[in-house]
Design a protein around this ligand. Sequence first.
Ligand code: GLV
Length: 382
Amino acid sequence: MSVEQALTIADLKEQARRRVPKMFFEYADSGAWTEGTYRANEEDFHKVKLRQRVLVDMTNRSLASEMIGEKVSMPVAIAPTGFTGMQHADGEMLAAQAAEEFGVPFTLSTMSICSIEDVRSVTSKPFWFQLYVMQDRDFVLNLIDRAKAAGCSALVLTLDLQILGQRHKDLRNGLSAPPRFTPKHLWQMATRPFWCLDMLGTKRRTFGNIVGHAKGVGDLASLSSWTSEQFDPQLSWKDIEWIRERWGGKLILKGILDEEDARMSLGSGADAIIVSNHGGRQLDGAASSISMLPRIVDAVGDQMEVHLDGGIRSGQDVLKALCYGAKGTYIGRPFLYGLGAGGKAGVRRTLEIIRKELDITMALCGERDVKNLSRNNLLKDV
Ligand code: GLV
């Protein structure tokens, strides 16, 4: 089956499962501890019911919108994800190109395999950069400066991963980048020959933003040792000030899941917040993103743009988030599955699937412009 034959994100997920070595496929397909929040993110979308409307003009539909003042062909950005260049060789560069061609924002993770400069070298429009704050402030300041020098148009500051949530699959798989050459890991790779061939053709196999830039990094291969040694567990609201000052551009706060935190973010000078529980990968037992969205939108009113990530597997999910008041959404796993299944063409397919589902759903709800979606398109009392 080719990526063009995939009709759903679930189809791409199964293709990726067959192409990507287990440790990397499962890195994407995992949540913290019981994975309850990971599952709830998806399941709670199904509980939201749409209002079917008939006999309305369905011509000239538009999905175009804006996120933080940037024009987007649909309000769906590529989320920052770690190890992306391990789903497919040069993964971040390919996904950024697919996003650029599609007219949606691409967000590069600090924990990417391809570096900021690598992605800059293959794109012509500004992308967004996601920042993790390490104790080594010089390194962080330098990362911010590198993102600025690359012309990134937004800084996405992640707030919910100063300590890493435990994902059992990663520990059991012995996840690392580059992969180790134990019999188990060799077997996982040997059974994925196309992935290996692509990987042999690139030199990017470890964390490109960090190696050669951060001083005294011990065992970088393991995400858990890297975060526990390097990430700053004392990060506070006050730190947002110096980060914002150094950056000087659009700032998005990622990882808000509580109304009180949402209200506190109003004084931070940020341009948007992302309602997120890190795809269920951090605090297992936290509520799903979509269930928290309406009250967070109500808490901040029209004082700040609200975005959502977590659990989106279809254009219908995007529509539901927009109806609840999100100005934009992000897809993480859906694009990783597309990437693993078929590189750049796979990411393009992910975006096409989401666009088509969003467009048809919007029409059948009796709307022609994505900017007009509101809670009025949803059934109450479900
Ligand atoms: C990193 O951002 C992760 O969730 O693994």
